[in-house]
Design a protein around this ligand. Structure first.
Ligand SMILES: NC(=O)c1ccc[n+]([C@@H]2O[C@H](COP(=O)([O-])OP(=O)(O)OC[C@H]3O[C@@H](n4cnc5c(N)ncnc54)[C@H](OP(=O)(O)O)[C@@H]3O)[C@@H](O)[C@H]2O)c1
Ligand SMILES: [Zn+2]
Ligand SMILES: [Zn+2]
Length: 352
């Protein structure tokens, strides 16, 4: 084991603070990465504050961060896909059994033995995994991704969660040119969904509670922007969408969006509000609508997404911050005051 610097929450109510954690020395299949940038996902806040305690209770200390980009510092003897000096990225997963049907099909996120990047039992240390708010990370090479050379690194980090979480359902539900797609919530996930839906050629409509984001939404690629608190504007889109992606982190009226689906339309939740959300079945039986969810994406699709973003020159719009501003960033995220992802410059951790 070796020591590395990190920022951790010690309890659901304590602010994140500087600490030191231990990581394993790379084994023959491992890649050690010096972390350059780590995005801040709303899931980091949900878990640092134990908001998902019913389904995924948080173990403390909790070092969040699963949007990781960095440079390879060491590789094990069996690693061939990366070498020291290469850029590499890590998303929400750092291990899985590699043998179950889900892994064989490239859906490691659904593996019953998947290890998430943080707040997951660590089979090497016997403790819990620690995420990217840290100087370095060590992962099995199956979970280290190649980064296209043309992309800005601070804006690439958020692709590892916000990018894949939106790319995967957009592809799964057949979003292409000629389809009408809604994106609910213009936050970290939402703004990536807009960029990717636009790049796939779909007519893209943003639903936002923040009138101040209207211009940005158009700049990001939206064809139309609807202020979701305006009932008249909402009514104009009744029963017209092929697909709606809901990326809202708080409880809200999801039925308003179900009613906007045309025949065989689908509404997929990627946002994970902590409590249950009631749905009136009448809104599903009419037009044979479906309501579903989606969890990040597997490793093959994550690499496909990174390559797609490289080809289309897509990165997140980021506000780069030092790690010392992480607690302030969490409060701003709760107020929907982020355009559109915080990306932590990890060089700032060296002064701790
Ligand atoms: N399924 C997965 O695999 C997966 C992966 C990553 C994250 N997530 C989850 O996805 C959610 C979004 O994450 P994020 O990082 O994109 O968060 P975020 O940056 O905070 O964005 C959430 C957006 O939701 C909208 N919103 C917030 N409160 C609202 C309310 N009360 N009513 C209606 N809209 C509201 C806001 O957009 P407007 O200002 O435009 O209204 C806000 O910007 C979180 O729950 C996160 O845990 C899921
Ligand atoms: Zn995330
Ligand atoms: Zn598996």
């Amino acid at each position: 084991m070796y020591k590395t610097k990190a920022y951790a929450a010690a309890s659901p109510t304590s602010p994140l603070a500087s600490t030191t954690i231990s990581r394993r020395e790379p084994t023959e299949h491992d890649v050690q990465i010096e972390i350059l940038f780590c995005g801040i996902c709303h899931s980091d806040l949900h878990q640092a504050r134990n908001e998902w305690k019913a389904m995924m209770p948080t173990a403390y200390p909790c070092v969040p961060g699963h949007e990781i980009v960095g440079r390879v510092t060491r590789v094990g003897s069996a690693v061939t896909k990366l070498k020291a000096g290469d850029l590499a990225a890590v998303g929400c997963l750092v291990d899985s059994d590699g043998t179950c049907p889900q892994c064989k099909d490239g859906y490691e996120q659904f593996c019953p033995n998947a290890t998430f990047t943080y707040n997951s039992p660590d089979k090497y240390s016997g403790g819990v995994t620690y995420g990217g708010y840290s100087d370095s990370i060590v992962v099995n090479d199956r979970f280290a991704l190649r980064v296209p050379g043309n992309l800005d690194l601070a804006g690439t980090a958020p692709l590892l969660c916000a990018g894949i979480t939106t790319y995967s359902p957009l592809r799964h539900w057949g979003v292409t040119k000629g389809k009408k797609v809604g994106v609910v919530g213009l936050g970290g996930l939402g703004h990536m969904a807009v960029k990717i839906s636009h790049a796939l050629g779909a007519h893209t409509v943003v639903f936002t509670t923040s009138p101040s984001k209207k211009e940005d939404a158009h700049r990001l690629g939206a064809d139309e922007v609807v202020i979701s608190r305006d009932a008249n504007e909402m009514a104009k889109h009744a029963a017209s969408f092929d697909f709606i992606l809901d990326a809202v982190a708080a409880e809200h009226d999801v039925e308003a969006y179900l009613q906007m689906l045309r025949r065989d339309g689908n509404l997929t939740m990627v946002g994970v509000p902590p409590g249950p959300m009631p749905v009136n079945v009448f809104n599903l039986i009419v037009n044979r609508r479906s309501f579903s969810g989606s969890l990040i994406g597997g490793l093959p699709e994550t690499q496909e997404m990174l390559d797609f973003c490289g080809q289309h020159n897509i990165t997140a719009d980021v506000e780069v911050i030092p790690i010392q501003k992480v607690n302030e960033a969490y409060e701003r995220m709760l107020k929907s005051d982020v355009k559109y992802r915080f990306s932590i410059d990890m060089a700032s951790l060296k002064s701790e």
